[in-house]
Ligand binder design. Structure first.
Ligand SMILES: Cc1cc2nc3c(=O)[nH]c(=O)nc-3n(C[C@H](O)[C@H](O)[C@H](O)COP(=O)(O)O)c2cc1C
Length: 379
């Protein structure tokens, strides 16, 4: 199937507008996974080995999840499960419905396996997403993997009112999702990244924590983990401050990283066209920077604060590097665009193999191995 994707699907997708190709792929996945006759072969083809990880009070069947932005409207939950993902992050969801930036707003460079997007949090808003989840849960049941929600700020909301905006979305989605991610790092909502700093960030975390406390009491269940997602463009000084603020205000972990506003040197005129589009770049060019940030956060926190690694993961090698740097869970978006639906299986099975070849007894033992003295993989 990997070969079919490379020879047939990828060239066909490459001919289409990026956003239309994305919508078709989500619809195809939704349709194929909703029928038992097509779901069974999908599962047969794509289910990876089990690589269980315990995090945030839950068992993840493997550490590889879907990054935010891919299924903003929570349309293909059963599809992602069927493709073997260990967890699914929906959204970004904003309190208010919004159309996002004018199209075209998603661009693809096949040669550098990079995307540039300036979607601008296009989504139906928290009320409709909550309804959509309610309907999914009552018709199909809750997903059999942890469901995360990515919270963004509505464009119409001024920065000073951001805490209430994030908190409103969290409240509406609370009953349906297992983990909440405060996204203050998208480059496509004006000034959003200013919310990564000091008081602005702690105010948002505090507002979300109040919702978390009250919802947990109301439903008689434990509080849900709250994470913050950061940009790869922070300076070291800014990173140190964000980590300190997020930890002190009670965040349970961090996602590193979102897309970058930096650009590599283009190697062709076509690449130059894609790279010169404004927005955030994801995919292979962000891999090294995102891994370096994970490494630094692990150092700053002595490895005792959960780090979720995302940015340019296209194969098991990239995934293993991020685990070595200190990530305990991983996610991808662009890898699915360039490598296809078999990405999860190839990464999870590849990690399984790496773990077997290493001297680590468990997955947990491998986390942060690059910070320890001796190389631990026998290859
Ligand atoms: C089209 C697109 C939309 C995205 N939307 C969101 C979003 O709404 N919220 C968010 O936190 N990250 C969003 N991201 C960032 C991804 O979740 C991820 O952090 C980033 O793309 C790096 O990972 P990758 O190289 O595997 O794509 C988006 C990325 C892309 C390409």
């Amino acid at each position: 199937m990997g070969l079919v994707f490379r020879l047939v699907s990828r060239p066909l997708l490459a001919l289409q507008d990026s956003e239309k190709a994305h919508a078709r792929a989500i619809l195809g996945l939704k349709l194929m996974s909703s029928n038992p006759l097509t779901r069974a072969p999908l599962r047969l083809l794509y289910t990876p080995k089990t690589l269980p990880v315990q995090r945030f009070g839950m068992t993840y069947r493997n550490p590889f999840g879907l990054a935010a932005g891919m299924d903003k409207r929570a349309e293909a939950l059963r599809g992602w499960e069927t493709l073997g993902l260990g967890f699914i992050e929906i959204g970004g969801v904003t309190a208010e419905e919004q159309t996002g930036n004018p199209k075209p707003r998603m661009f693809r460079s096949g040669t550098s396996k990079a995307l540039v997007n300036r979607m601008g949090f296009n989504n139906p808003g928290s009320v409709k997403i909550a309804k959509q989840l309610e309907s999914h849960f009552s018709r199909i049941g809750s997903p059999n993997v942890p469901l995360w929600a990515n919270l963004g700020k509505s464009k119409v909301t001024p920065l000073s009112e951001a805490p209430a905006d994030y908190a409103a979305t969290m409240e509406r989605l609370w009953a349906f999702c297992d983990v909440f991610v405060i996204n203050v790092s998208s480059p496509n909502t004006p000034n959003l990244r200013e919310l990564q700093h000091d008081e602005a960030l702690s105010d948002i975390v505090n507002a979300c924590t109040l919702v978390n406390n009250s919802q947990s009491k109301l439903h008689g269940v434990k509080k849900k983990p709250l994470l913050v997602k950061i940009a790869p463009d922070l300076s070291d000084e800014q990173l140190v401050a964000v980590v300190k603020t997020a930890r002190e205000s009670g965040c349970d972990g961090i996602i590193a990283t979102n897309t970058t506003i930096e650009r590599p040197e283009p190697s062709s005129a076509k690449e130059q066209r894609v790279f010169s589009e404004s927005g955030g770049m994801s995919g292979v060019p962000v891999t090294t920077r995102s891994t370096a940030m994970i490494h630094r956060i692990y150092q700053l926190t002595n490895g005792d604060w959960p780090i979720i690694g995302v940015g340019g993961i296209s194969n098991a090698e990239d995934a293993w590097d991020k685990i070595g740097a200190g990530a305990c869970l991983l996610q991808a978006y662009s890898g699915f665009v360039f490598e296809g639906a078999g990405l999860t299986k190839s990464i999870v099975n590849g990690l399984h193999k790496k773990l077997k070849q290493s001297s680590f007894a468990t997955f947990d033992e491998a986390i942060g191995f690059a910070h320890r003295d001796s190389p631990r993989v026998d290859e």
